[in-house]
Design a protein around this ligand. Sequence first.
Ligand code: AMP
Ligand code: MG
Length: 445
Amino acid sequence: MTNSAPTTTPIAVEEALNYILDHIKPLPVEVLPITQCLNRILAQEAVSDCDVPPFVNAAMDGYAVIAADLGECSATNPVKLKVIENIPAGVAPQKEVVLGTAARIMTGAPMPLGANAIVRFEETSEAQPLSGLSGLADDEVAILHPISVNENVRPAGEDVQKGQIVLPKGKRLRPQDIGLLAATGGGHIAVHKIPRVAILATGDELVGVEEPLTPGKIRNSNEYTQAALVQSYGAEPVMLGVARDNIKDLTNKIRTGLKHKVDLFLTSAGVSVGDYDIVKTVLATEGVMRFWQVAIKPGKPLAFGVIEGVPLVGLPGNPVAAMIAFEVFARPAILKLAGYRNWEKPTLKATLQEDVYNSGREHYMRAFVSQTAAGYQVTTRGSGVQVQGSGIVSSRVWANALVVVPNEIRRLPAGTEVDVWLLDWRGEQIPFVNPFVKSKEDVEG
Ligand code: AMP
Ligand code: MG
């Protein structure tokens, strides 16, 4: 990788993204107790150390019996069985059930030898008044319904088999995944470290959120948007504040980031073609950088490079462009660092509510998706600059989605079914394959 002069011919979104991802490696792994693993990304397949359930057990409270013993019994023609023991959950049965006997058993308790079905309490003299049955001894139960073999019995390994891969590499651990690890012996598990992302706003015109707005100044909003985006994708922001448009300040801020051992730098502004864009000069001095004009709207200027081993994504300054460029370029970089193997944004199909016009770049239009009786509908509220202009920050807020209009498409008529990115969904793709797989071949094949 070498420094390049700023490109004047725009490069495609995909080309820029592929280049960025080619220079990003997943972060190292740490082994943690599963209590600390919520939302962490699995660095290895999780393999079960046991069958789940580990033994044949009762699915109901009732009596373990031999099904053939019951014949065609009924409430008027019950079968009497001798109760040989009581088996609570967690206790190993001591006796074998033979013809003419039954064991009283609780849900989850191991099946006693000999028995092959569980009659629920509700279908025995324990729960129903005995009409026409006399002489039931204290150690006897009357069964009022026939039963078939294996009824109310959970076989060992019904759910998970020992040695089975229960979770694939690259999976974000949700509460139910942590529960599965607990059930299958994964008390500690290898996960990737959480990316630490330095956020650096640049520009002489920026004032802090608490400072008065003096003439010519604007509030630094990018730093806060970026920090919140970083958090929303599960990474840790390291806020470096504002670097002024001079070489010394910017260099110092980059050095501070390096000292904080960050895994990625995100800068905003100073990478376009303006006179005061010294960010480009400093970045090119500090590391190996590319400066692109990407065929994306909004968000044309973009920089990417590596500074002392740390990747840096230089986002545009314009807040809307910065946010879109974050979603398109920085989000996948963060997810790859975090250990995800799939960072495509989840999309859904929705019907466009109005004609949409495009000018020859991949256009990420702010949009609002709603669910109606007729399916998902999406509105961009029009293609005009008053709504979709890159200076309109408020439209980021009513939007819950982006409609992606490919660069070769100049017009999409109302009624077209379009793919929309859901902004409020986390950035991982819903897996197409059920991650709960039966064998290694299923995962890798
Ligand atoms: P630049 O890339 O430096 O030309 O900046 C493009 C536009 O984004 C200018 O209008 C800047 O004032 C604005 N801008 C740059 N940084 C920020 C920021 N941190 N917060 C809000 N607006 C910004
Ligand atoms: Mg500037």
